[in-house]
Design a protein around this ligand. Structure first.
Ligand SMILES: *[C@@H]1O[C@H](CO)[C@@H](O)[C@H](O)[C@H]1NC(C)=O
Ligand SMILES: *[C@@H]1O[C@H](CO)[C@@H](O)[C@H](O)[C@H]1NC(C)=O
Ligand SMILES: *[C@@H]1O[C@H](CO)[C@@H](O)[C@H](O)[C@H]1NC(C)=O
Length: 145
C-alpha cells in the first residue's frame, strides 16, 4: 500500500514539473491553478504578458515580451527585434483585482505598457521602458514600475 501511495505522489510531482514549463502551475491549495497570460497586437508589434510570482498575496511581477516582425521579408533580411521586460507591482491591494478581475486588470496593464515597449523596439538596444505604469481603470491605485 505504501509503495502505491508513493508512486502516485511521484506521478503527481512529475506532472507538475512538466506543466511548469508552460506557464501553468498546478495548485496544491485550491487556489487559481493557471497563471494569467494576455496579449496585445499593435501595428507591426505584438506583445505577450505573463503574470509571475508565487501563490498567495505577494507581488505579481508582470513580464511583457514584445516583438516587431517583418513579414514581407522572410529569410535573410528579416530581423525580429524583441524586448523582454518585467515590471513589478502588487495588485493585491486592489479589491477589484482580488474579486476575480485579474485578467481584466492584466489586459488593461498590457494596454498601457505595450505602446511604450513597442516604441522602444525602434531605439538602439531596444531598452525596456522606465516609468510608472498605471491602468487608471480597474485598479487605479496600483503602480507597476
Ligand atoms: C490572445 O488573447 C486572446 C484573448 O484572450 C486569445 O483568444 C488568443 O488566443 C491570444 N493569442 C495568443 C497568440 O496567445
Ligand atoms: C520590412 O523589410 C523591408 C525590406 O527590407 C523594408 O523595406 C520594410 O520597411 C520593412 N518593414 C517594416 C515594417 O519594418
Ligand atoms: C540569403 O542570402 C544568401 C546569400 O546572400 C542568398 O544566396 C539567398 O538566396 C538568400 N535567401 C533569401 C531567402 O533571401
Amino acid at each position: 500500500m505504501k509503495i502505491v501511495f508513493f508512486l502516485v505522489l511521484l506521478c503527481i510531482a512529475t506532472y507538475c514539473q512538466a506543466s511548469d514549463g508552460q506557464e501553468e502551475r498546478v495548485n496544491w491549495r485550491g487556489k487559481r491553478a493557471t497563471k494569467i497570460k494576455v496579449n496585445l497586437s499593435l501595428t507591426n508589434c505584438k506583445c505577450n504578458g505573463y503574470e509571475r510570482g508565487t501563490q498567495g498575496g505577494g507581488p505579481r511581477p508582470f513580464r511583457v515580451v514584445c516583438k516587431k516582425g517583418n513579414k514581407t521579408n522572410k529569410g535573410n533580411g528579416s530581423k525580429k527585434i524583441t524586448n523582454d521586460c518585467t515590471y513589478t507591482g502588487n495588485p493585491h491591494k486592489c479589491s477589484d483585482y482580488n474579486n476575480k478581475n485579474q485578467k481584466k486588470f492584466y489586459n488593461e496593464l498590457i494596454a498601457v505598457i505595450a505602446p511604450k515597449q513597442c516604441g522602444n523596439l525602434n531605439l538602439a538596444g531596444a531598452p525596456c521602458p522606465t516609468g510608472t505604469f498605471n491602468t487608471k481603470k480597474t485598479c487605479k491605485d496600483i503602480d507597476y514600475n
